[in-house]
Design a binder for this molecule. Sequence first.
Ligand SMILES: O=C(O)[C@H](O)COP(=O)(O)O
Length: 208
Amino acid sequence: MERTLVLVRHGQSEWNEANLFTGWRDVALTSLGIKEAQRAGRALKSHGFHFDLAFTSALRRAKDTCKLILDELGQDDITVVEDVALNERHYGDLCGLNKAEAAERWGEDQVHTWRRSFEATPPGGESLRTTAERVIPFVEERILPEVVSGKSVLVAAHGNSLRSLIMDLEGMSPEQIEELTLATAVPRIYRLNEDGSIAKRYDLKDEE
Ligand SMILES: O=C(O)[C@H](O)COP(=O)(O)O
């Protein structure tokens, strides 16, 4: 499987379960999150995926998801590059706050805008635009050259760091990216052409 890029958001975290803004807080996967990551690994295995290299963030929920997937594939020996560039968007002053309570305090629209728009900056945090400014250079310098050279690459990261990557890769507009929310542990598969353009894209949905 040449020139393959697989993006996967981490499995459910303790703060996803508690509905708290997480950002760079380093929380663990829940037992459901562990199962979700293992299921993603089994789905990739049953579809014949095999990776040459993996990238993940510096946060344990993504690192653990990456490891659980590679364990299921019997590939715990491949190189895994960890980098803060792939960390979740920093949620600033919202970190640790309950998302429903935040919507009551600031209004549904404001909270939705902070969470999904390209430009809005949560107080003291990163917008999707500023998240992209650290994600995209890393992807262009470290990840895409590996894929274009013919490798099969896994990236286990976060809802918003991956949204910024997907927006760039798929050439989405700010309006289009606002509509995209990534489910936990659903692999998003890309086959790339020699010039780095997308030949094919699909989600590997759970068949169990
Ligand atoms: O950091 C967080 O709280 C989550 O990982 C993603 O949050 P969101 O759904 O509000 O973007």
